[in-house]
Design a protein around this ligand. Sequence first.
Ligand code: B16
Ligand code: MG
Length: 231
Amino acid sequence: MSDQASVSSDPVVKPVIGCCIFDLDGVIVDTAKYHYLAWKRLANSLGFDFTEADNEHLKGVSRVESLKLILNIGSVELTQADFDTALLNKNAWYLEYINKIGPEEILPGVSEFLTDVRTKGIKIALGSASKNAQLILERIKLLDQFDTIVDGNKVANAKPDPEVFLKAARELGVAPADCIVFEDAVAGVQAALNANMKVIGIGVDTVLQHANLVIANFQHTTIDELVAKVS
Ligand code: B16
Ligand code: MG
């Protein structure tokens, strides 16, 4: 056999990925619009307004940190008891919306992409700041697609701390370097990089400029194609 023939018959070595970790809000489903309506209702009840532009700064930010930012916008100070009540009210109003959502709210291409990942034998995790993640996945009927769910109830440190993604990798027995994170928030992209994972931003690259790759959504792509681009 000639050298040339032996080279061309070599098998193509595919990059190995053990786990895909998906953020929830802004990646799987657009719950930001419901967070906005609930936070706006809270701000209005405290005597000030809260705009959609303000809401952009809350993506990926925990519930407690979100309330601190909102109170700052309105220059309002609350006692600890009133702060806690505000959190409860906001979440109750948010859940009024969440309890009405269904699979029609899944973002474009997500269902097909999850099926593709699963078919390739790659594990699937959720890594979200939300304490309502399980309920949301139940509502949109995607709960059974996830091998593990790490959400705001399971971690102490908010993104950009890598805890949420490292915990997901550990629960699935996958090394961080073999994980790809999908994130729509700047703090989430940084959390993935801090975890020593590859990260694919969902959104626009002017905002998610530190991600290894940015895509607008999951339509018309496959996990093999994305792995090849970030490897
Ligand atoms: P909850 P993600 C985040 O979800 C949202 O982007 C953020 O706006 C919200 O404050 C946070 O979850 C906490 O949500 O009030 O339901 O606990 O993007 O990390 O999936
Ligand atoms: Mg998000």
